[in-house]
Design a binder for this molecule. Structure first.
Ligand code: FAD
Ligand code: NA7
Length: 537
């Protein structure tokens, strides 16, 4: 007998990170009955799962938060110019308590399938708990960097040591005095290596592609600095929301070759000293990710800095990036210097690939067996669409999102998919590529108003409106995202940004690169037009 309990609500929100928390607040504020379900045991999303040593945001502290809670903006403590994971987690927990959102949340509950039921014009959401929901609206805030990428290796099941993925880090662990291997050197690998290097007995970075990493410029947030930000919040958020990346700096409009060599060096040097990966890539010159010549100039500048920071020429050779500088820009807090210690080493997996895992560690194809007490997978995520394609997600024609997206994920505005009525995705495919909290806010507020508007216009008719993106609107948006990214060197580099990091996944355009300011204008125009990209029935 099926003893699953069934609950009916106006809206189901999935995920308790930045997106789900705010969406839950907005929908309950407008009077809807809402249930937020979350696979984890508490709020936080990314910052619940990614508790690895050194985990931090690389957006400056004052912009990695919601802009709408004025009191909280000024009072919530933060100690440095970048937030560490525990601070972000405490912040999100605090928002949930302050605004009494927890009462709508149910943890340890994973959505295992979602299906639109045209008989009752509702979504049926099944979970791994003995609970099924029916809801008019389904909002998925399931995260764009949340489905783990776990490469498989022969013999992995025989390994007897500790095995971790950065995206599911345990609350209790102790790596001190141990021999540790880290696979992967993206943002996460760089942070982990930097954080643990001084505590462990031996550290080996198993590196497939060297990265360009610039300093973060992280420092203590002094009371004076904080006062200045507190006094300036209106202007700071206005600038961020009108800019391209919302990282709090003006993007450059100067092409690199338009200035002298000396001026170039001066601009790079200033950005290097100030810190932040996005600022270095987009605040220095306007064409670093569109002109090969400008890209190479920036790449050379960083390579020279790396050579200056790593003493051992062989380690420096392995750490030097050779490809174009066109992945998500990274920043560090003395990553390269860690390789100056004898117990920290680096293996270039292109020269010496991993052949298998053994009971004791990792074997590489030069025949060496590296004995390791712990192995860390810092191998990233099946980004953006991973959480949608890994469960049955059926629209009104019975087609799943996985089937629909077999040639690459598409959507209208990063929010809606034709044939999937009353479904709204936060940070879905082809949403903006920016500092994410302000983009999340923008999307949540748009979804909230769209639902409110649809309820208002159907009230008195004894039924609610069904909201569905049109195919034309989706095509136009997809074409726009494709066109904007055509000239970007990012497209030539294999990373999660174009879905090129997971074996078997088709490389495709996953983001809108027009910037947050433009995106906000598009959403505003959409609302003012009476939502012309949607049909209501
Ligand atoms: P998430 O925070 O990912 O939350 C999604 C939640 O949905 C998760 O808790 C997950 O358990 C839940 N979920 C997923 N599927 C299901 C299901 N089927 N059923 C139930 N629950 C489900 N962005 C920046 O802008 N700046 C940064 O500096 C930055 N640093 C980052 C550092 C790391 C290590 C990582 C991994 C990401 C970082 N990001 C950064 C991106 C970050 O993910 C976003 O900034 C933001 O936290 C996303 O919030 P979200 O609510 O959309 O999703
Ligand atoms: P990333 O940026 O996707 O980095 C993953 C790293 O893992 C990267 O160095 C990969 O090398 C490496 N990787 C992936 N698969 C393998 C296999 N099979 N073998 C060896 N190495 C592998 O994920 P992060 O978690 O660091 O960061 C994701 C985002 O989260 C980041 O941009 C921030 O926004 C926060 P590759 O470069 O593909 O050769």
């Amino acid at each position: 007998m099926d003893d699953t309990m069934q609950t009916r609500v106006d809206a189901i929100v999935v995920g308790a990170g930045f997106g789900g928390i705010y969406m839950c607040k907005k929908l309950t504020d407008q009077g809807l009955s809402v249930k937020l379900i979350e696979a984890a045991s508490d709020v936080g999303g990314t910052w619940y799962w990614n508790r690895y040593p050194g985990a931090m945001s690389d957006t400056n502290s004052h912009l990695y938060r919601y802009s709408w809670d004025k009191e909280d903006l000024q009072k919530c403590p933060w100690s440095r110019t970048y937030l560490r994971q525990p601070e972000i987690l405490r912040y999100l927990q605090d928002v949930v308590e302050r605004h009494r959102i927890r009462q709508h949340m149910q943890f340890d509950t994973q959505m295992t399938s979602a299906e639109w039921n045209p008989e009752i014009n509702s979504w049926t959401v099944k979970t791994n708990a003995a609970l099924r929901f029916e809801a008019k609206y389904l909002v998925t805030a399931v995260g764009l960097l949340s489905k783990k990428n776990y490469p498989s290796y022969p013999g992995i099941e025989t390994y007897k040591g500790e095995l971790y993925h950065s995206g599911a880090w345990p609350k209790q662990y102790d790596l001190s005095g141990k021999r540790v291997g880290v696979i992967g050197n993206g943002s996460t690998g760089v942070q982990i290596i930097t954080a643990i290097a001084d505590d462990v007995k031996r550290l080996i970075s198993f590196q497939r592609t060297p990265q360009y990493v610039v300093p973060s410029g992280d420092k203590i947030a002094t009371p004076d600095y904080r006062d200045k930000i507190n006094a300036d919040y209106e202007a700071i958020w206005k600038q961020a929301k009108e800019s391209v990346f919302a990282f709090g700096f003006e993007e450059s409009t100067t092409p690199l070759m338009s200035v002298s060599k000396e001026e170039r060096e001066r601009i790079f040097e200033n950005a290097w000293n100030e810190g932040n990966g996005f600022r270095f890539m987009f605040g220095t010159f306007s064409d670093i990710v569109t002109s090969e010549e400008a890209n190479e100039a920036a790449a050379q500048f960083i390579r020279t800095k790396i050579r200056g920071r790593v003493n051992d020429p062989e380690k420096a050779r392995r750490l030097l990036p050779k490809e174009i500088y066109a992945k998500r820009p990274l920043c560090d807090t003395e990553y390269y210097e860690k390789f100056n210690s004898d117990h920290v080493d680096i293996i270039d997996l292109n020269e010496t690939p991993i052949t298998e895992f053994t009971e004791k560690g990792i074997k590489t194809d030069d025949g060496t067996e590296h004995d390791l007490d712990a192995i860390i997978f810092a191998t990233g995520f099946d980004a953006v669409d991973g959480n949608y394609t890994s469960i049955p997600f059926k629209g009104k024609n019975g087609q799943t999102l996985r089937q629909r997206w077999s040639d690459g994920a598409t959507s209208y505005l990063g929010l809606s998919v034709p044939d999937f009525p009353n479904l709204f995705m936060i940070l879905g495919p082809n949403g903006p590529f920016t500092n994410l909290p302000p983009s999340i806010e923008t999307q949540v507020e748009f979804i909230d108003e769209l639902i409110a508007q649809s309820i208002r216009s159907s009230s008195g008719q004894g039924r609610y409106s069904i909201i569905e993106a049109t195919s034309n609107a989706e095509h136009e948006w997809t074409d726009l995202c494709d066109n904007i990214s055509k000239d970007s060197l990012f497209r030539r580099s294999d990373s999660w940004i174009f879905g090129a990091n997971v074996p078997g996944k088709k490389k495709s355009v996953l983001f809108y690169f027009g910037g947050l300011g433009e995106y906000r204008k598009v959403l505003d125009a959409e609302a003012k037009s009476g939502y012309k990209g949607y049909s209501f029935y």
